[in-house]
Design a protein around this ligand. Structure first.
Ligand SMILES: [Fe+2]
Ligand SMILES: [Fe+2]
Length: 179
């Protein structure tokens, strides 16, 4: 027997006309919107802290003439900025407000801001931060499941890039040798 598939067209049309001020958020949205906005704001804070840490590392590495490592830090900083922008846009689409306040930023962020004493330290700290991001994005993705596929897919894309970042850093660390 065929499985019951879609809501009938008439009901869909009637539902879509209600609460049009909510834009992309329809009655069919199945996730807990407040919770999703809260965890996306934590992800946003994490990305912002990562941008700041990578920028610091970029300028410090430039100062000690470690050009190729500095370029890697800069590339990561720019990619984390791209993630922050994607997340902020999704929060707005869900009817929330992206939290860019410096106050409490580190508390909202999952990753830490560690300056690092030298190049190897910086790479290690960045790798730790990426590994934290990988685990927390994994949890968010599992939490969202099929309740908010758009946010889930966005986070899956970001997660894939954090995994590349971690791999890049592990390779850098290996080529530089353990301290
Ligand atoms: Fe990121
Ligand atoms: Fe990253």
């Amino acid at each position: 027997m065929a499985k019951e598939f879609l809501t009938d067209v008439k009901t869909l049309r009637v539902r879509a006309r209600k609460h049009i001020e909510k834009g992309a958020v329809t009655e069919g949205y199945r996730a807990d919107r407040d919770t999703v906005i809260r965890i996306l704001n934590e992800a946003l804070a994490t990305e912002i802290v990562c941008v700041l840490r990578y920028k610091r590392h970029y300028f410090m590495a430039s100062g000690i003439n470690a050009t190729s490592v500095a370029q890697e830090f800069l590339q990561h900083a720019n990619e984390e900025q791209g993630h922050a922008d994607q997340i902020a846009a999704r929060i707005v689409q869900l009817g929330g407000e992206p939290n860019f306040s410096p106050e409490g930023l580190l508390t909202r962020s999952h990753a830490e801001y560690v300056e690092g004493e030298d190049l190897v330290d910086m790479i290690k700290e960045d790798l730790v931060a990426e590994r934290i991001a990988i685990d927390s994005y994994g949890e968010m993705i599992r939490y969202l499941g099929n309740d908010d596929p758009t946010s889930r897919r966005m986070l899956e894309g970001i997660l894939a890039m954090e995994e590349e970042h971690a791999e890049d850093l592990a390779t850098l660390l290996a080529t530089m040798g353990e301290k």
